[in-house]
Ligand binder design. Structure first.
Ligand code: AMP
Length: 283
């Protein structure tokens, strides 16, 4: 595996791969790699002759008071994990290479960024859309792989790729979970043992909600209330939001009906740790 830190060198490597007729598959990450990320990289091997993974803790997607400073960073641990999963090029740019002085251009996807994560974390998706657009211009992928774990991020980036006419195919990989259902996340390491023991309630609430809907419950408000009840039964859990929304517009649903894509999602705090999870389906 080749480790590249300079964006221009990455662009030359991408041009070289394309000149040889190779397909580039790209997995952007913020590092602290876990089995969720590694599953994306393993999947990427099936889509590309050259698999590129980026590790960049993107400052513009963190709000004030969020965990940018304490976000786990360990390249010595991450690099061999990425290589074992099938990564050919690990792109690890510095902050000054990605945001040199005078950087003034941002990508703003309107509408769907104003709800859910976008409402709780103003400016978050502006940072996400900007960095992914920049990374696509540097890595020049044919295929971009994203995790369903960040459901709204998928919807926002799908919109951006379409609206800005990126010549990139999007592949979404299902959420990878621990044995007890907790979605794998780089932030799980922040949890105390007591919080970790209660955190699987997120996944349990999503499963319960989907079962209630599949069992005939069509009132989205009833489903939201049932999820709230289940989550608040855990004393360390504090709900940020619980949502039963249209899977594409992300507008909150009143009624759930056959043929309508549904995204059930939630954000819950355990102490200082904020966890998100979601499930999507169409009846
Ligand atoms: P992050 O490092 O959190 O920015 O995540 C990088 C990519 O990995 C994103 O596309 C995430 O959606 C994806 N990802 C993170 N956790 C998981 C997971 N548990 N299962 C599947 N994909 C994940």
């Amino acid at each position: 595996m080749n480790v590249i830190t300079d964006p221009s060198a990455m662009q030359r490597a991408a041009d070289g791969a394309r000149a040889e007729g190779k397909t580039i598959a790209f997995v952007p990450t913020m590092g602290a790699l876990h089995d969720g990320h590694l599953t994306l990289i393993r999947e990427a091997v099936g889509y590309g002759d050259t698999v590129v993974t980026s590790i960049f803790v993107n400052p513009t997607q963190f709000g004030q008071g969020e965990d940018f400073d304490r976000y786990p960073r360990d390249l010595d641990r991450d690099a061999p994990l990425a290589a074992d999963a099938g990564c050919d090029i690990l792109f690890v740019p510095s902050q000054s290479a990605m945001y040199p002085g005078g950087h003034a251009t941002f990508v703003n996807v309107e509408g769907i960024t104003e709800v859910l994560e976008g409402k709780s974390r103003p400016g978050h998706f502006r940072g996400v859309a900007t960095i992914v657009a920049k990374l696509c211009n540097i890595v020049k992928p044919h295929v971009l792989l994203l995790g369903q774990k960040d459901g709204q991020q998928v919807a926002v980036l799908r919109r951006m790729l379409r609206d800005l006419q990126f010549d990139v195919r999007l592949v979404v990989v299902p959420t990878v979970r621990e044995d007890d259902g907790l979605a794998m996340s780089s932030r799980n390491v922040y949890l105390t043992p007591e919080e970790r023991a209660q955190a699987p309630v997120l996944c349990a609430a999503l499963r319960m909600a989907e079962e209630r809907i599949r069992g005939g419950e069509s009132n989205a408000g009833v489903v939201r209330e049932a999820m709230r009840g289940m989550i608040t039964s855990k004393p360390l859990a504090s709900i940020d939001y619980v949502s039963v929304a249209h899977g594409e517009s992300l507008e909150e649903l009143v009624r759930i009906a056959p043929g309508i894509p549904v995204m059930i999602s939630l954000a819950v705090r355990f102490g200082t740790t904020r966890l998100i999870d979601n499930t999507t389906f169409t009846l």
